[in-house]
Design a protein around this ligand. Structure first.
Ligand code: PLP
Length: 382
């Protein structure tokens, strides 16, 4: 394993307390929560308790809670697919508006919809990594069936103006879906305050178990399921629910919520320390999203002009530093970042970009050591 793990945006280690709660759950040998016998009813209660605690922690409370549904999924990718496909209109029957900054699980689902004849409109980004709200206002109209914009970007950490976007959508009565996968555990999230109609989350991004996430959505008559063959989860996502995964996600969210303020401060301190050390060593380091109104506290996306990102990633890996350069492609390199391209970055800047992401346990000593190694390798690769 990498002693210096700076890739918490990709995944976070499961919290041992979460693993323990899940282990106990498995040992109990819970029955199928859809079974009608006593054992099934016990499993159902555990499942429903976990789901309602998750909903509460996401700000779903009070009278409107009965109109909100929490659908368990396998993670962020599935939640995003479900949301877009669930609301997509038939060809010629309206449009879907998504931002050009979205994670591939939204972007490629939108491209798939486009291929199937659905009209997709793309909101451009500005050079700070935020969506262009004026352009969004032009694209959204009464025929828009869904708008999907993430809370914060997974490559740059830039927080998007969701409240302003929701206000635009309200004037047309259009639902908004938001991908909160990177945001949970890194900023406070309140479903009702956001004013969105659907939100995706994924447990492995906040020290929960991999393989579980959720799509939270307000009751939707026109939502079409992507899967068939069971009555579980309102038929939106049929199949036997895994109680231990729901319990694990719930506990991880409780722990993340309890310590949010300290965690955010700690992550921000380490991210800023890394940022300042890199700029100190190489004055031409480009920090992406620096001028945006807000960035999540854990992500640092930097470009070292003249350095090949893949060569840097591999050299860093050899020295024990884990970071990320975007999705791998067939050549063994990585695809150039669609996010940085949509922010108008030049080829050289895109070619030299890497993402470092700190976690709640990243120490000052680790950060200083990583900065030293990165600085040294950047000089060597030039
Ligand atoms: C913003 C965002 N959305 C969706 C996903 C996909 O989540 P999962 O890995 O749970 O499928 C990720 C994962 O990196 C992400 O960062």
């Amino acid at each position: 394993v990498n002693a210096l793990y700076f890739d918490h945006s990709s995944t976070t280690p499961i919290d041992p307390r979460v693993a323990n709660v899940m282990y106990q759950c498995h040992l109990e040998g819970l029955a199928n929560p859809a079974s009608q016998h006593r054992s099934g009813r016990i499993a159902r209660k555990r499942l429903e308790d976990a789901k309602s605690r998750i909903a509460k922690l996401l700000g779903i409370d009070g009278p409107s809670a009965s109109r909100t549904r929490l659908v368990l999924t396998s993670g962020g990718t599935e939640s995003n697919n479900l949301a877009l496909r669930g609301w997509a209109p038939e060809a010629g029957d309206g449009n879907v508006v998504v931002s050009s900054l979205e994670h591939p699980s939204v972007r490629e689902t939108a491209l798939h919809l486009e291929k199937s004849g659905c009209e997709v409109r793309w909101i451009p980004a500005n050079s700070d990594g935020e969506i262009d709200l004026e352009a969004a206002a032009q694209l959204i109209d009464a025929r828009t069936r869904l708008v999907s914009v993430m809370i914060a970007n997974n490559e740059t950490g830039v927080v998007q103006p969701i409240n302003e976007l929701v206000a635009i959508c309200r004037t047309h009565g259009v639902p908004v879906h938001t991908d909160a996968v990177q945001a949970i555990g890194r900023t406070s999230i309140d479903f009702h305050e956001l004013g969105v109609s659907a939100l995706s989350l994924s447990a492995h991004k906040f020290h929960g178990p991999p393989g579980v996430g959720a799509l939270v959505l307000t009751e939707a008559n026109d939502f079409s399921p992507a899967f068939f063959g069971g009555k579980q989860q309102f038929g939106y996502r049929p199949g036997t629910e895994t109680v231990a995964l729901a319990v694990g996600m719930c506990h991880a969210l409780e722990l993340a919520t309890d310590t949010l303020a300290e965690t955010v401060q700690q992550m921000q301190r380490m991210r800023d320390l890394l940022e300042s050390k890199l700029v100190e060593t190489h004055g031409d380091t480009v920090i992406h999203g620096l001028r945006a109104a807000r960035r999540l506290p854990h992500i640092l996306n930097v470009s070292f002009p003249g350095v090949d990102r893949q060569a840097l990633l591999m050299a860093l890996d050899q020295k024990g530093v884990a970071c990320s350069t975007g999705s791998a492609c067939a050549s063994g390199s990585s695809e150039p970042s669609a996010v940085l391209i949509s922010m108008g970055c030049s080829e050289d800047i895109v070619a030299g970009s890497v993402r470092f992401s700190v976690g709640r346990e990243t120490t000052r000593q680790q950060t200083l050591r990583a900065a030293e190694i990165i600085g040294h390798l950047v000089a060597k690769l030039r």
